[in-house]
Design a protein around this ligand. Structure first.
Ligand code: CTP
Ligand code: MG
Length: 584
């Protein structure tokens, strides 16, 4: 996805600068009076959530409130494929015939697109009633009226080439060259971690596009299941999403057929006639199968639809071409949504949490510990759990255990899903901030030391209790699922991948220790601090490599000995084979 004329990577504040290029002031009559986003052109933080890292001075909303507002916002929004040379002012004037516009932006992804949010839902209906189905002589289109539209210029020959065409908003992460420049320019390792966070976190526009994509898919699913809801979950909403991450969505059918208690008085009870199938799994497979077909045949912009129905958690995977998102659609998966809410809380409690998670995720990606292909590697979700666990183990703890979040819960927080107790406090203001003042530099180094020396052979990671526990089975890495406590979220990880993680963690702790000793300094041209950790092995600065030689050899020997002696049971049954698993 190439950005048109947007040189996004100058010195920070990066994401605000990125926005200011795009959200140019909109004539007054285009905006909605009285809405928070009426001043969008200047400084927007409409939802005040930690989703996009905009949390600093804004009250933190509950996860459910943020999701509700985002959903409503998405329902008032259309996605329009536009000609490249569109004049922004004329475009907005044309659209505002249907009602005031709250917010808009342009981006590129195999074409030039506009995301336009109206103030009222009626404006969308009005615009749709003006649109017509294309008339193509060579191909036949399947008529489907959606909120994904195509704008054409009439009388092309009479059009004067536009000088003032619209500028695009960037939806992709920076190149590694740019990232290294930014990191080298930072003033401290702490500054580097925050720089990385600001560079990679989802932008306001990217979050909007994710919710809009879910809303567009919901319109398609609603053709079969009126009243269904498509909810985003995972890193798109849990505050840990990196630009470019996949879009996990969940088809929620629970809202369908919920009785209206007030109308049910009297002696009669009316029920819907339904087909019965032998199990819930079969029902899930049938529903996803039909939605997969529907997306494949009628979903505008949905390509590469794969139905992966025999996985532990059946899903439909597809690319939403216009947004550029790789989408995983599941159903009957409300526990995953609950774990997204839990991570949202952890990510919102202390600014250091997201900074540390992003750095660990980028570090793991840089060393190919994680991959976008499912397999025997560690996943971002597991890495996030490891960081949370590590932060629960600090003294004083930076994050509370899940059990303590449960003990703070009110009656209204009570939540039992499929027999699993998923209760925890949801009001962020009721959680006492940590008194821990450790720097990110120290935390990063100690994270690597902690997991470089963790007894993976006998212990499991458990964020519910915040302490190491005996492993219930011989999986190389055991991270207990916080709600379905009999499940290991890292069951897929092979011994060799775990070993690679341990070795790299030890190396990285060592590199950071050398930094402590003053080598090399931030003024050096060599990558330093976090940047040095993101380099491929062997590419560290010459000063570090020289110093490293002897201790590294010793370290490797020590590591091998340790792994041989205390990991005998870890390695059993593991050959580092790539298993195709859709459940991380
Ligand atoms: N999930 C889970 N158990 C697993 C794997 C995933 O409960 N073994 C849930 C988690 O809530 C996770 C979500 O499914 O956040 C989506 O999974 P995945 O896309 O693998 O992880 P993300 O957290 O979205 O991270 P990424 O940015 O890598 O997509
Ligand atoms: Mg994901």
């Amino acid at each position: 996805m190439a950005a048109r004329g947007v040189g996004i990577l100058a010195r920070l504040p990066l994401h605000s600068q990125r926005r200011s290029r795009v959200q140019r002031s909109i004539p007054r009559h285009f905006s909605c009076p009285g809405t928070v986003a009426a001043n969008f052109g200047s400084e927007e933080q409409p939802l005040g959530s930690a989703e996009t890292g905009s949390e600093d001075k804004i009250p933190k909303k509950r996860f459910s409130e943020v999701q509700k507002e985002r959903r409503e916002q998405a329902q008032r929004t259309v996605l329009i494929h536009c000609p490249n040379n569109i004049n922004e002012k004329k475009f907005l004037k044309y659209l505002s015939q249907h009602g005031p516009i709250n917010k808009h932006f342009f981006y590129e992804s195999f074409g030039f697109y506009a995301v336009v949010e109206f103030c009222q839902k009626d404006s969308v209906n009005s615009l749709q009633s003006e649109a017509h189905t294309p008339n193509k002589s060579t191909e036949s289109a399947i008529p489907f009226k959606s909120r994904f539209l195509n704008l054409k210029l009439k009388n092309l020959s009479n059009q004067i080439p536009e000088q003032l065409s619209a500028q695009t908003n960037n939806q992709s992460p920076p190149s590694s060259k740019k990232l290294f420049e930014l990191l080298n320019y930072a003033e401290s390792i702490d500054d580097q971690l925050y720089t990385l966070l600001k560079t990679f976190q989802l932008t306001e526009e990217n979050v909007r596009l994710r919710h809009l994509t879910c809303s567009l898919i919901e319109d398609i699913a609603a053709a079969y299941f009126p009243g269904c809801v498509i909810r985003p979950f995972g890193s798109s909403v849990n505050t840990f999403g990196k630009l470019g991450c996949d879009l996990d969505m969940f088809l929620d059918l629970d809202e369908i057929g919920k009785p209206n208690v007030h109308k049910n008085a009297g002696n009669f009870l009316m029920e819907f006639q339904m087909k019965n199938v032998p199990s819930e799994r079969i029902a899930t497979q049938k529903i996803l199968s039909v939605i997969g077909e529907c997306l494949d045949n009628f979903g505008p912009g949905c390509v590469g639809v794969q139905k992966i129905l025999n996985a532990r958690c059946p899903l439909v995977r597809f690319s939403h071409q216009a947004s550029g998102f790789q989408c995983d659609l599941t159903t009957n998966n409300s526990i995953a949504l609950k774990s997204s809410e839990l991570l949202y809380i952890y990510g919102s409690l202390d600014a250091r949490v997201r900074a540390l998670v992003f750095s660990v995720r980028c570090w793991a990606r840089a060393h190919s510990l994680t991959s976008s292909i499912p397999g025997a590697w560690i996943t971002n979700f597991s890495l996030t759990m490891m960081v949370i666990f590590f932060l629960q183990r600090r003294s004083p703890p930076i994050l509370p255990t899940l059990d303590s979040l449960k003990s703070l819960a009110d009656a209204e927080d009570r939540c039992i899903l499929d027999g699993n107790n998923c209760t925890f406090i949801r009001d962020l203001y009721k959680i006492k901030p940590s008194g821990n003042t450790e720097t990110l530099e120290l935390l990063l180094k100690e994270f690597f030391e902690y997991f470089g020396n963790f007894a993976f052979n006998k212990n499991s990671i458990n964020i519910r209790q915040g302490r190491e526990q005996n492993k219930p089975d011989s999986s190389p890495l055991y991270i207990q699922n916080p709600f379905e406590t009999s499940l290991n979220i890292s069951k897929n990880v092979s011994q060799s991948q775990l070993q690679k993680f341990v070795e790299l963690a030890r190396d990285s702790a060592w590199i950071l220790e050398q930094e402590d000793k003053g080598q090399p300094s931030p003024s050096s041209k060599q990558p330093w601090g976090l940047a040095a950790l993101l380099l491929p092995p062997g590419a560290a600065s010459p000063s570090l490599s020289k110093k490293k030689k002897k201790p590294m050899a010793e370290k490797v020997k020590g590591l091998l000995a340790a792994i041989k002696s205390n990991s005998a049971d870890i390695s059993k049954g593991s050959r580092g084979k790539r298993a195709i698993s859709t459940q991380a």
